[in-house]
Design a protein around this ligand. Structure first.
Ligand SMILES: [Zn+2]
Length: 184
């Protein structure tokens, strides 16, 4: 009953994660009925954010430049690194306003059964770039895992602080620690 172009728009919206058929169609119709100015502003904002946003070279969170707002904030403790799977978890942890360290976004969790190995995550970047640099500067590093791989557990944060001896810090150690999360 709806014109093809509207159906196509609704279908494109539905392709986005978390969008159902009804809500996609409603959003498509709302967009079409919005004021031209509001519509243009929205399109501009989408285009703008897409062009200007990158991933932080240090932690993997969203950034407009080389570093994100968290990594470039000198009042944050750069030696306290909270490891999370996805960018969205950084946002929810930041809402608590109690954490003063920085983050590392893995993007994917190591899961050999699903063919996801250490090299498919950002774990090597964490070890080789960040931790080695901090270690050389003589910092005591604290890694906090905020990862919950088990779907049956709905609480996200199972905090496990891990203190590493800089002498023994290597990819295998941290990879093992991350794999150990399965038995948390
Ligand atoms: Zn960052």
């Amino acid at each position: 009953m709806l014109p093809l172009s509207i159906l196509e728009l609704a279908q494109k919206i539905r392709n986005l994660p978390g969008m159902g058929a009804k809500s996609s169609q409603k959003l498509a119709l709302d967009l079409l009925q919005s004021k031209q100015e509001d519509f243009d502003d929205l399109m501009e904002a989408i285009k703008n954010s897409r062009e200007k946003t990158f991933f932080c070279k240090q932690c993997g969170f969203f950034a407009e430049g080389h570093l994100c707002n968290i990594c470039s904030n000198s009042s944050r403790n750069q030696s306290q690194i909270c490891i999370v799977e996805k960018e969205i978890e950084v946002i929810s942890l930041e809402k608590s306003e109690s954490y003063r360290g920085v983050y590392h976004v893995l993007k994917k969790l190591i899961s050999p059964l699903d063919n996801v190995f250490a090299e498919n995550t950002t774990i090597t970047a964490l070890i080789e770039d960040r931790l080695m640099k901090l270690t050389k500067q003589g910092n005591q590093i604290e890694l906090i895992l905020k990862i919950d791989h088990l779907v049956s557990i709905t609480r996200m944060a199972q905090g496990l602080p891990l203190y590493y001896n800089p002498e023994t810090l290597d990819v295998a150690t941290v990879t093992r620690a991350l794999e150990d999360r399965r038995v948390i």
